[in-house]
Write a protein that binds this ligand. Sequence first.
Ligand code: ZN
Length: 218
Amino acid sequence: METTIYNNLLKLFVDDNEFVDWRNKPFKIGEQVMATNGHVIIIINDIVAPEIGPLTTYDPNGVLSVIPPNCTLLGTISVDDVKNLISTVPLIPVEVECETCLGEGEVEYHFESGKNYYTEDLECPVCKGEGVVKSKSGEKEINYLRRIIIGQSAFAISYLDKIVSCCEQLQVQEISIVYQVGKDSKTVFRVGLVDFLVMPVAIELNDESIIGSVSIKL
Ligand SMILES: [Zn+2]
């Protein structure tokens, strides 16, 4: 059993949030190891990563209650189809925090009039209130805010891109859909021994963030 690969897959889905520290590393519940960023839970049999410790700083039932007990094969999608759709999204400039306002989008102006002294918060003139500016190096990245429809739900490509990366590391060409009950509820994708529970994103009619849909083979 190649445990290094699975440990790397788990790490792709850990959170980076000082307020939810239990999500910042993989954990074990029962006979499964998992990691979550709050949007996706990756779930694998603990045989692949025996050294991962139990969840101690959060109630395991809080995690287990989200995981559907019964999964059955509903259809499959092609990894290449997902990858090709993601590759159609135009790259956007990488944005970094504005140094002038430290990401606040506002700067404080001080001025005097007669004996009075005033301060006022005004829109940062460097980033125009956005709090971010384009990276000076001109780097570009995928627009992770775009979405893809799979079955009934829409998913952020930031998470689908990570699942594609897992498939490539596992050298798997197909993703099984093993749970999907409605457009606003979770979907479980299965790739070999690995389950990905993914929360959908809410979309509007004619939502421009949608770049297409992936066909499901039944
Ligand atoms: Zn600024």
